[in-house]
Write a protein that binds this ligand. Sequence first.
Ligand SMILES: Nc1ncnc2c1ncn2[C@@H]1O[C@H](COP(=O)(O)OP(=O)(O)OP(=O)(O)O)[C@@H](O)[C@H]1O
Length: 242
Amino acid sequence: MLRVEKLCAGYGEVPVLDGVDLSVDRGETVVVVGPNGHGKTTLVRAVSGLVVPTSGRITFEGADITGRRAEVIARLGIRHIPQGDLLFPDMSVLENLLMGGFLCPSRQDRDQRLARVFEIFPKLYQRREQRSRTLSGGERRMLAIGRGLMAEARLLIIDEPSLGLAPVIVDEVYARIGRIAESGIAILLVEENFGHIKDLADRVCLVETGRIIREGSTAELMSDQALVRTYLGVETGQEDVR
Ligand SMILES: Nc1ncnc2c1ncn2[C@@H]1O[C@H](COP(=O)(O)OP(=O)(O)OP(=O)(O)O)[C@@H](O)[C@H]1O
């Protein structure tokens, strides 16, 4: 569905991505993990047209989208939920969701999407009249994801949904993302904490210094003790990795 080949990108003179190869198949959940500042966000921003690659190629469902404008890529069905929430703080939950659905082809389509978002995130329904600035961090994150689902999402890109949230809230957010994945939408997710995604990911790509240095299922990556110790920071049950 999505194919990234030998992708290089950066900011001004500073290179960040150094020949990334990555793919996401239909219905697959692929998670990009890795240390801070090694290019995870830059990679997903390049996919959704927010960073212009210097070289390499990105195709989505066969169409070459390398360097195309973000709004063109969004219309193809790639929805990007960035780090932080970027909500409209003085608008209600419902208004924020409706803003996400402004491209819906009909009112019926929009209402169906809204019903689906409320089914996945019942808390948003309970709080639909509340201004988004007064929501908790976890609720805001769920609203940002819900807003992304208000337009047709064939590939959902989510950048660090756990950022700044308490562990119990992270579990809740990830449970909801799991439901989205079960519905068949392909997901490309950035996460620093491997522990959060080991049950969700079909495939994990480990990024270091702008390259994907390892790729595999969570079980494959976790069977490599040195890798776990150096990058993943989770307990495997085989030894204490902390
Ligand atoms: N807008 C920007 N202008 C200049 N440099 C940038 C910009 N955004 C990111 N960078 C730099 O690019 C490098 C990679 O950043 P990026 O955000 O892609 O990493 P990351 O792996 O997602 O890190 P984190 O997990 O901390 O978000 C960093 O050195 C960062 O300082």
